[in-house]
Design a protein around this ligand. Structure first.
Ligand SMILES: *[C@@H]1O[C@H](CO)[C@@H](O)[C@H](O)[C@H]1NC(C)=O
Length: 273
Protein backbone atom coordinates (compact mmCIF):
# COMPACT_ATOMS: atom_id res chain seq x y z
CA UNK A 1 0.00 0.00 0.00
CA UNK A 2 1.54 3.23 -1.12
CA UNK A 3 0.16 5.23 1.79
CA UNK A 4 2.46 3.36 4.15
CA UNK A 5 5.43 5.22 2.88
CA UNK A 6 6.34 8.80 3.65
CA UNK A 7 8.40 8.71 0.46
CA UNK A 8 5.28 8.10 -1.49
CA UNK A 9 3.14 10.73 0.08
CA UNK A 10 4.81 13.02 -2.43
CA UNK A 11 2.68 13.66 -5.47
CA UNK A 12 2.63 10.78 -7.89
CA UNK A 13 0.79 10.46 -11.14
CA UNK A 14 -1.90 7.85 -11.55
CA UNK A 15 0.44 6.00 -13.77
CA UNK A 16 2.97 5.58 -10.99
CA UNK A 17 0.33 4.65 -8.50
CA UNK A 18 -0.81 1.91 -10.73
CA UNK A 19 2.51 0.66 -11.88
CA UNK A 20 5.10 1.34 -9.24
CA UNK A 21 4.37 -1.39 -6.74
CA UNK A 22 3.03 -3.82 -9.28
CA UNK A 23 6.51 -4.05 -10.75
CA UNK A 24 7.53 -6.02 -7.70
CA UNK A 25 6.61 -9.56 -8.49
CA UNK A 26 5.88 -11.79 -5.63
CA UNK A 27 7.57 -15.09 -5.23
CA UNK A 28 6.82 -17.61 -2.53
CA UNK A 29 8.04 -21.17 -2.11
CA UNK A 30 5.68 -23.58 -3.73
CA UNK A 31 3.82 -26.31 -1.92
CA UNK A 32 2.05 -27.61 -5.01
CA UNK A 33 3.02 -30.37 -7.43
CA UNK A 34 2.44 -28.46 -10.64
CA UNK A 35 2.46 -24.91 -9.44
CA UNK A 36 0.85 -22.31 -11.65
CA UNK A 37 2.79 -19.10 -12.10
CA UNK A 38 1.23 -16.09 -10.46
CA UNK A 39 2.07 -12.48 -11.14
CA UNK A 40 0.69 -10.16 -8.55
CA UNK A 41 0.08 -6.49 -9.29
CA UNK A 42 -1.03 -4.87 -6.10
CA UNK A 43 -0.48 -2.77 -3.04
CA UNK A 44 0.55 -3.72 0.50
CA UNK A 45 -2.51 -5.94 0.85
CA UNK A 46 -0.53 -8.35 -1.29
CA UNK A 47 3.05 -7.07 -1.18
CA UNK A 48 5.46 -9.72 0.06
CA UNK A 49 8.43 -7.36 0.21
CA UNK A 50 8.38 -4.97 -2.72
CA UNK A 51 8.15 -1.84 -0.65
CA UNK A 52 11.25 -2.88 1.28
CA UNK A 53 13.20 -4.23 -1.69
CA UNK A 54 12.28 -1.45 -4.07
CA UNK A 55 12.14 1.58 -1.84
CA UNK A 56 13.89 0.65 1.37
CA UNK A 57 10.77 1.38 3.38
CA UNK A 58 11.39 0.05 6.91
CA UNK A 59 9.13 -2.82 7.91
CA UNK A 60 10.16 -4.18 11.31
CA UNK A 61 8.83 -6.71 13.77
CA UNK A 62 6.14 -7.24 15.02
CA UNK A 63 5.33 -7.43 11.32
CA UNK A 64 5.82 -11.10 10.54
CA UNK A 65 5.61 -12.26 14.14
CA UNK A 66 3.10 -15.12 13.85
CA UNK A 67 4.27 -17.14 10.88
CA UNK A 68 7.72 -16.12 9.71
CA UNK A 69 8.93 -14.94 13.15
CA UNK A 70 10.84 -12.13 11.44
CA UNK A 71 9.89 -9.27 9.20
CA UNK A 72 9.72 -10.28 5.56
CA UNK A 73 8.49 -6.96 4.31
CA UNK A 74 4.86 -8.00 4.47
CA UNK A 75 2.71 -5.40 6.21
CA UNK A 76 1.04 -8.12 8.26
CA UNK A 77 1.67 -10.27 11.32
CA UNK A 78 1.54 -13.40 9.18
CA UNK A 79 0.78 -14.53 5.68
CA UNK A 80 -1.16 -12.66 3.03
CA UNK A 81 -3.88 -14.08 0.84
CA UNK A 82 -1.32 -14.58 -1.86
CA UNK A 83 0.81 -16.80 0.41
CA UNK A 84 -2.00 -19.33 0.51
CA UNK A 85 -1.80 -19.82 -3.23
CA UNK A 86 1.02 -21.82 -4.70
CA UNK A 87 3.70 -20.52 -6.94
CA UNK A 88 5.88 -21.64 -9.80
CA UNK A 89 9.23 -20.11 -10.50
CA UNK A 90 9.97 -20.58 -14.18
CA UNK A 91 8.70 -18.15 -16.74
CA UNK A 92 8.47 -19.27 -20.34
CA UNK A 93 6.12 -18.16 -23.13
CA UNK A 94 3.90 -21.04 -22.17
CA UNK A 95 4.21 -20.00 -18.54
CA UNK A 96 3.11 -16.46 -19.33
CA UNK A 97 0.06 -17.82 -21.05
CA UNK A 98 -0.86 -20.16 -18.22
CA UNK A 99 0.02 -17.78 -15.43
CA UNK A 100 -2.57 -16.24 -13.18
CA UNK A 101 -2.43 -12.45 -13.09
CA UNK A 102 -3.80 -10.96 -9.89
CA UNK A 103 -4.60 -7.29 -9.83
CA UNK A 104 -5.35 -5.57 -6.53
CA UNK A 105 -5.28 -1.87 -7.20
CA UNK A 106 -7.44 1.10 -6.25
CA UNK A 107 -7.21 1.70 -2.53
CA UNK A 108 -4.19 3.98 -2.74
CA UNK A 109 -5.63 5.94 -5.62
CA UNK A 110 -8.86 6.76 -3.81
CA UNK A 111 -6.96 7.35 -0.60
CA UNK A 112 -4.54 9.65 -2.38
CA UNK A 113 -7.38 11.78 -3.72
CA UNK A 114 -8.98 12.16 -0.30
CA UNK A 115 -5.67 12.91 1.36
CA UNK A 116 -5.10 15.74 -1.11
CA UNK A 117 -8.26 17.27 0.37
CA UNK A 118 -10.22 16.83 -2.82
CA UNK A 119 -13.97 17.08 -2.47
CA UNK A 120 -16.05 13.93 -2.78
CA UNK A 121 -17.11 15.05 -6.27
CA UNK A 122 -13.47 15.53 -7.29
CA UNK A 123 -12.50 12.15 -5.87
CA UNK A 124 -15.17 10.32 -7.81
CA UNK A 125 -14.38 12.27 -10.97
CA UNK A 126 -10.85 10.88 -10.88
CA UNK A 127 -12.00 7.26 -10.60
CA UNK A 128 -12.66 6.47 -14.29
CA UNK A 129 -9.07 7.35 -15.23
CA UNK A 130 -7.75 4.87 -12.64
CA UNK A 131 -10.01 2.13 -14.00
CA UNK A 132 -8.91 2.93 -17.52
CA UNK A 133 -5.27 2.47 -16.47
CA UNK A 134 -6.10 -0.95 -15.02
CA UNK A 135 -7.87 -1.87 -18.24
CA UNK A 136 -4.82 -0.74 -20.22
CA UNK A 137 -2.52 -2.87 -18.09
CA UNK A 138 -4.73 -5.93 -18.57
CA UNK A 139 -4.70 -5.26 -22.31
CA UNK A 140 -0.89 -5.17 -22.34
CA UNK A 141 -0.74 -8.46 -20.42
CA UNK A 142 -3.34 -10.00 -22.72
CA UNK A 143 -1.41 -8.93 -25.80
CA UNK A 144 1.67 -10.60 -24.33
CA UNK A 145 -0.20 -13.85 -23.90
CA UNK A 146 -1.84 -13.53 -20.49
CA UNK A 147 -5.22 -15.22 -20.35
CA UNK A 148 -6.17 -15.68 -16.69
CA UNK A 149 -6.94 -12.65 -14.61
CA UNK A 150 -8.16 -12.23 -11.09
CA UNK A 151 -9.21 -8.65 -10.53
CA UNK A 152 -9.82 -7.69 -6.91
CA UNK A 153 -12.04 -4.77 -6.17
CA UNK A 154 -11.12 -2.41 -3.37
CA UNK A 155 -12.11 -2.88 0.26
CA UNK A 156 -14.11 -0.54 2.49
CA UNK A 157 -11.55 2.26 2.80
CA UNK A 158 -13.73 4.12 5.31
CA UNK A 159 -13.48 1.26 7.81
CA UNK A 160 -9.69 1.42 8.14
CA UNK A 161 -8.59 2.50 11.63
CA UNK A 162 -6.07 4.85 10.01
CA UNK A 163 -8.80 6.76 8.17
CA UNK A 164 -11.10 6.76 11.17
CA UNK A 165 -8.35 8.17 13.35
CA UNK A 166 -7.07 10.77 10.91
CA UNK A 167 -10.16 12.17 9.22
CA UNK A 168 -11.48 15.10 11.24
CA UNK A 169 -14.97 15.76 9.92
CA UNK A 170 -16.53 12.38 9.26
CA UNK A 171 -20.00 11.12 8.57
CA UNK A 172 -20.23 7.58 9.95
CA UNK A 173 -22.40 4.79 8.58
CA UNK A 174 -24.37 2.41 10.85
CA UNK A 175 -21.32 0.22 11.52
CA UNK A 176 -19.06 3.18 12.28
CA UNK A 177 -17.18 3.56 8.98
CA UNK A 178 -16.72 6.80 7.04
CA UNK A 179 -19.63 6.96 4.60
CA UNK A 180 -18.13 8.98 1.78
CA UNK A 181 -14.87 7.00 1.76
CA UNK A 182 -16.84 3.78 1.42
CA UNK A 183 -19.16 5.23 -1.12
CA UNK A 184 -16.18 6.32 -3.26
CA UNK A 185 -14.81 2.78 -2.93
CA UNK A 186 -18.15 1.37 -4.10
CA UNK A 187 -18.23 3.74 -7.08
CA UNK A 188 -14.74 2.56 -7.99
CA UNK A 189 -15.88 -1.05 -7.62
CA UNK A 190 -18.96 -0.58 -9.77
CA UNK A 191 -16.79 0.96 -12.48
CA UNK A 192 -14.28 -1.87 -12.17
CA UNK A 193 -17.02 -4.49 -12.38
CA UNK A 194 -18.31 -2.93 -15.60
CA UNK A 195 -14.80 -2.70 -16.92
CA UNK A 196 -14.38 -6.45 -16.25
CA UNK A 197 -17.55 -7.09 -18.24
CA UNK A 198 -16.18 -5.00 -21.11
CA UNK A 199 -12.87 -6.83 -20.99
CA UNK A 200 -14.59 -10.22 -20.97
CA UNK A 201 -16.30 -9.35 -24.22
CA UNK A 202 -13.20 -7.81 -25.80
CA UNK A 203 -10.46 -10.23 -24.84
CA UNK A 204 -11.47 -13.47 -26.44
CA UNK A 205 -10.19 -16.61 -24.80
CA UNK A 206 -9.41 -14.78 -21.57
CA UNK A 207 -10.87 -15.66 -18.18
CA UNK A 208 -11.49 -12.56 -16.13
CA UNK A 209 -12.74 -12.99 -12.59
CA UNK A 210 -13.93 -9.96 -10.64
CA UNK A 211 -13.37 -10.65 -6.92
CA UNK A 212 -15.60 -8.78 -4.50
CA UNK A 213 -13.17 -8.10 -1.65
CA UNK A 214 -15.33 -5.18 -0.48
CA UNK A 215 -18.30 -7.36 0.46
CA UNK A 216 -16.09 -9.91 2.17
CA UNK A 217 -14.37 -7.29 4.33
CA UNK A 218 -17.52 -5.33 5.02
CA UNK A 219 -19.21 -8.50 6.22
CA UNK A 220 -16.23 -9.28 8.47
CA UNK A 221 -16.59 -5.86 10.06
CA UNK A 222 -20.40 -5.68 10.21
CA UNK A 223 -20.70 -9.20 11.60
CA UNK A 224 -17.39 -9.20 13.43
CA UNK A 225 -18.50 -10.94 16.64
CA UNK A 226 -19.96 -13.80 14.63
CA UNK A 227 -16.49 -14.36 13.15
CA UNK A 228 -14.75 -14.07 16.52
CA UNK A 229 -13.24 -10.63 16.12
CA UNK A 230 -12.96 -8.19 19.02
CA UNK A 231 -13.43 -4.55 18.01
CA UNK A 232 -13.29 -4.54 14.21
CA UNK A 233 -12.35 -0.89 13.80
CA UNK A 234 -9.32 -1.03 16.10
CA UNK A 235 -5.83 -1.71 14.77
CA UNK A 236 -3.88 -4.50 16.45
CA UNK A 237 -0.52 -2.81 15.94
CA UNK A 238 0.09 0.94 16.19
CA UNK A 239 -0.59 3.18 19.19
CA UNK A 240 -3.03 5.62 20.68
CA UNK A 241 -5.47 3.20 22.29
CA UNK A 242 -9.21 2.90 21.75
CA UNK A 243 -11.31 3.40 19.77
CA UNK A 244 -9.02 3.02 16.74
CA UNK A 245 -5.53 2.51 18.18
CA UNK A 246 -3.87 4.34 15.31
CA UNK A 247 -1.39 7.16 15.67
CA UNK A 248 0.38 8.33 12.55
CA UNK A 249 3.48 9.28 14.61
CA UNK A 250 3.88 5.82 16.17
CA UNK A 251 2.85 3.23 13.63
CA UNK A 252 3.47 -0.50 13.86
CA UNK A 253 7.14 -1.40 14.31
CA UNK A 254 8.22 2.18 15.12
CA UNK A 255 9.59 2.98 18.59
CA UNK A 256 6.75 3.12 21.10
CA UNK A 257 4.22 1.03 19.21
CA UNK A 258 1.73 -1.18 21.03
CA UNK A 259 0.59 -4.52 19.71
CA UNK A 260 -2.38 -6.68 20.67
CA UNK A 261 -1.85 -10.26 21.84
CA UNK A 262 -3.97 -12.06 19.31
CA UNK A 263 -3.73 -10.56 15.83
CA UNK A 264 -6.24 -13.05 14.52
CA UNK A 265 -8.94 -11.35 16.57
CA UNK A 266 -8.49 -8.05 14.74
CA UNK A 267 -9.72 -7.26 11.25
CA UNK A 268 -6.98 -4.67 10.78
CA UNK A 269 -3.36 -5.44 11.51
CA UNK A 270 -1.71 -2.02 11.36
CA UNK A 271 -4.69 0.25 10.74
CA UNK A 272 -3.80 0.60 7.07
CA UNK A 273 -4.71 -2.86 5.84
C1 LIG B 1 -24.19 -10.15 8.29
O1 LIG B 1 -24.67 -11.45 8.43
C2 LIG B 1 -26.02 -11.63 8.01
C3 LIG B 1 -26.43 -13.02 8.39
O2 LIG B 1 -25.51 -13.98 7.92
C4 LIG B 1 -26.11 -11.35 6.52
O3 LIG B 1 -27.44 -11.50 6.07
C5 LIG B 1 -25.65 -9.93 6.26
O4 LIG B 1 -25.63 -9.68 4.87
C6 LIG B 1 -24.25 -9.73 6.83
N1 LIG B 1 -23.88 -8.31 6.71
C7 LIG B 1 -23.02 -7.88 5.78
C8 LIG B 1 -22.75 -6.43 5.77
O5 LIG B 1 -22.47 -8.62 4.98
Amino acid sequence: MISHSPLLSQPLSHFLHLLLLPLFFTSVASQCKNPPIIFNFGDSNSDTGGLVAGLGFPVNLPNGRTFFHRSTGRLSDGRLLIDFLCFGNFVTDEGLRNALYIIDIGQNDIDDSFSKKMSYAQVTKRIPSVILEIENVVKVLYNQGGRKFWIHNTGPLGCLPQKLALVQKKDLDPIGCISDYNSAARIFNEGLRRSCERMKSQFSGATIVYVDIYSIKYDLIANSSKYGFLSPLTACCSSGGPPYNYDIRVTCGRPGYQVCNEGSRYVSWDGIC
